[in-house]
Design a protein. Sequence first.
Length: 292
Amino acid sequence: MSPETPAETNPAKKSLSEFKAEAYANIPQVDLVLLAILLLQNDELPATTEEIVSICFRLFPQSFALKNYFYWPDSALAARRLQDAKERGLVKGTSAEGYALKVKGKQIARRTAKALGIELPKPKKVEAPQPVKVEAEPVKEEVVPAKAEPQPKTPAEKKKAPAKKKVKRAAPVKKQVKKSVRKKETRKEVAPVVQKKAKPVEVKKTVKPAAKPKTKPKRKAKVPAPVKKVVAPVKKKVTSGRKRVANVSSHKVRGEKPKAVKPEKAQPTQLTLALSVKEKVRGVSGQFKVRA
């Protein structure tokens, strides 16, 4: 079918023919793919990838043919445009089970069909199910039987019941209880017990002896040990050459302690030989004498 010829009311897969290139030159390839899916849905065919590629190549060969081989369809190009439509949310489904258009995809496909002059069948109106009328069963009238009139009852003679004999109850037999005879015991007169008064016990108070204060033992006075007076020995000083030994008086002075005489350091021999040394010797009277 060409765009010049009138379209059929029920388009089928085989009834459509190739369109001219001028008719779909300005239409995007994605819209043409959506139109192919819509045509397959109208024919109630599964919109698989192979069916979509074949319809796009048969109706729009200039857009879906190989560049160097015009007689072969470019299936890769159709698959890419189908994936683009799925990413935009226009198509749902898979290649194995088939694709289906969403609400936006159907609107775009109908506008594309209108631009190409394809008349699509009107969607069938879904009729609401009519309510099922349930016929009610006829109510059976129950016939109530008429009540019989009550017949007057003749009073029946009451039978006299035989008089019951009164049975006398036997009087209860009382058992005679033998009373135990208690023998009167003769009480013997007991002499009254005289209680002896206990003498008061005298409590002896034990007086504790007073604690004696502890006396510390007296320490023995230490007797000072006798001090031994050490007399320093008189050292004789030997001098070589002109020097003489100075005798130091070692007698004791009354009331004075002997003083220790420190030995004088010997001078080197070299100086004593060269120089004349004046020695001071303390005599008995305590005066210093100078000797050359």
